[in-house]
Design a protein around this ligand. Structure first.
Ligand SMILES: C[S@@+](CC[C@H](N)C(=O)[O-])C[C@H]1O[C@@H](n2cnc3c(N)ncnc32)[C@H](O)[C@@H]1O
Length: 271
């Protein structure tokens, strides 16, 4: 495919994906979590999308396989973002429990395990989790407990850190804050995750995307204004004692994402 065609295809794909913000409910089953109906609705679409439509694409994007020039910029941007998230955590994670929330093919989980963390890596897509488990075994990376299910499931236990790379980007800001409120009581140090920054391009795509027909849509990326997120976190009683201390944008080609570092007050200065 020519580069221009590829750009258009990706743009249309993102616009179609953006069309999904208000879509019908389809059950996912999955573990029991206390969550809003909207969260459950989104989760259902995300599970189906990543387990069926997008599994092949994610395996390719997160490997060394040859991809188009446009997707190569996304891969490079994501590599930078992964390094950005890792830089927010202690270099030595020996003995620390880390939840990779929405682990996909497990690349970040493996980096965390290489730093000595006891990693629980969970994703809604059993297909991606099985692939991640195989990749970790083939790479000789031990110490990762891969599970398929919901990142908010209470049964996952307690952690020093939670990381969520490009997994909360599929939820709107209210659902995102709800997810942080659910996770926070189980986390002693910090939650490091990404949001899709509210840029004009993503906002236009989101608006255009809503015009597309409802069938066969992928879950949207929902643009979030980091300042709005920060205000909501500051106002949340469930997040009292937590503070956003870092917001780093990574922009490369078609990849636009922003790392958010949310720390417990007691953990600040010791990361
Ligand atoms: C864009 S992919 C990113 C995957 C991986 N973190 C990475 O950066 O390569 C988003 C992933 O988040 C997962 N996800 C979204 N919501 C989730 C939830 N509530 N529980 C578990 N996984 C979730 C999706 O299934 C999908 O694999």
């Amino acid at each position: 495919m020519a580069p221009v065609e590829e750009v258009v295809t990706v743009a249309v794909h993102v616009a179609e994906a953006a069309a999904n913000l208000h879509t019908a409910v389809r059950g996912t089953g999955g573990p029991d979590v206390t969550a809003s109906a909207r969260y459950v609705e989104r989760r259902s679409w995300i599970a189906e999308y990543f387990d069926r439509t997008a599994a092949h694409h994610w395996k390719a994007l997160t490997s060394d396989a040859k991809v188009s020039r446009v997707r190569a910029t996304v891969r490079a941007g994501r590599d930078r973002m992964r390094r950005t998230l890792l830089a927010a955590l202690p270099v030595d994670l020996s003995g620390q429990r880390v939840l990779d929330a929405g682990c996909g093919t497990g690349v970040l989980a493996m980096d965390l395990a290489r730093r000595g963390a006891q990693v629980t890596a969970i994703d809604l897509s059993p297909t991606l989790v099985a692939h991640a488990r195989e990749t970790a075994a083939a790479s000789g990376v031990p110490g990762i407990d891969f599970q398929d299910g919901d990142m908010l499931a209470a049964g996952l236990g307690e952690f020093e850190w939670v990381v969520g790379m490009d997994s909360l980007i599929h939820y709107d800001v209210a659902e995102m804050v709800g997810a942080l409120e659910t996770l926070a009581p189980r986390v002693s140090r910090g939650i490091v995750f990404t949001v899709a920054p509210k840029t004009w391009l993503l906002s236009v795509m989101w608006t255009v995307g809503r015009l597309f027909p409802r069938h066969d849509r992928a879950p949207s990326i929902v643009p979030v204004d980091a300042a709005d997120l920060e205000r909501r976190v500051a106002l949340s009683t469930a997040l009292a004692g937590w503070r956003i201390v870092g917001k780093t944008k990574v922009e490369q080609g078609f990849y636009r994402s922003q790392a958010i570092v949310l720390l417990r007050d007691a953990a600040r200065g010791s990361a």
